[in-house]
Design a protein around this ligand. Sequence first.
Ligand SMILES: Nc1nc2c(ncn2[C@@H]2O[C@H](COP(=O)(O)OP(=O)(O)OP(=O)(O)O)[C@@H](O)[C@H]2O)c(=O)[nH]1
Ligand SMILES: [Mg+2]
Length: 328
Amino acid sequence: MNNTPESPPELPSEAPDDEAAEVQGGAGEPPEYDSKGRRCGLLAIVGRPNVGKSTLLNALVGQKVSITSRKAQTTRHRITGVRTVEDSQFVFVDTPGFQTKHGTALNRNLNRTVLSSLSDVDVVLFMVEACRFNTDDAKVLSLLPEHKPVILIANKLDAVNRRADMVPWLKAMQERRNFSEFVPLSAQKPSDVERLFAILKPYLPEQDWFYEEDALTDRSDRFLASEIIREKLFRLTGDELPYNCTVVIDKFEEEGHLKRIAASIVVERDAHKGMIIGGGGERLKRIGSEARQELETLMDSKVYLELWVKVRSGWADSEEHLRSYGYE
Ligand SMILES: Nc1nc2c(ncn2[C@@H]2O[C@H](COP(=O)(O)OP(=O)(O)OP(=O)(O)O)[C@@H](O)[C@H]2O)c(=O)[nH]1
Ligand SMILES: [Mg+2]
């Protein structure tokens, strides 16, 4: 996976001192710089948990870079997905679903991630489920910056039984905010997703690309490994397992065409450990085997995966644990 950002354009090093001072002071002409007609911009995907933000990001990028599940609160980090179409580079930022309940340190951390992602983007994709709008959606909407274009994405269109309901719903939505665009779609339908690029392109500023043309994400294989394991954990355990478990990579070594990965699943209680391991260790085996298969495909190499389960009570409410587990 190619994830090296291109270095930003540099001022000519031979410029005399007084010229450099002039540029810094903001007077005079900006340094001559040719973006070759290219466009590039940051687009944040924001919304309450479970509306389909990560599903859309993966579809836009054309490869899985962000995990998804039926459970709310799946995404825990700011994850960048890149897609370059002709002269335009779209840098999408997936964010955790904004948390309105449970004031744990983890939730405060997730919300900080959402808010900081908003500050430097060119356009916000505000995602809701088509024909729905609840207090959690309203809370997210109230946090969006006033002076940035916001595009309303009404996802899960396939789940709307009566299309006629869309008209009054949209009218009510437009009264809530002056959205720059309104796009009803299904993130699971590739033709709907491809249509988005033409709609979004005019919102990208004219500037050179931030990433190389074939870049997909800013995240490392090591990070991806922990996320894929967490996804299998979320998907293969029922609602009995609370969402506050996490995955830590203890070892990530490459030996030629083989990757040796050891990871710990960290839970809050002994009872949770039992749920994950399952009778005769069956469930943990399945989590490991599904994760390994997917990692082998994504990383195009052989993967040897070792999984452990550890109990660390109170980790989700400890800033110190959060930091040591990679929550920025
Ligand atoms: N029917 C239908 N389901 C969808 C669609 N898009 C996503 N989903 C499902 O919605 C659930 C949540 O999807 P995610 O992409 O994980 O949602 P999210 O908004 O990233 O969730 P958090 O990371 O928890 O905030 C998954 O079960 C998806 O398969 C869609 O267009 N139609
Ligand atoms: Mg997500």
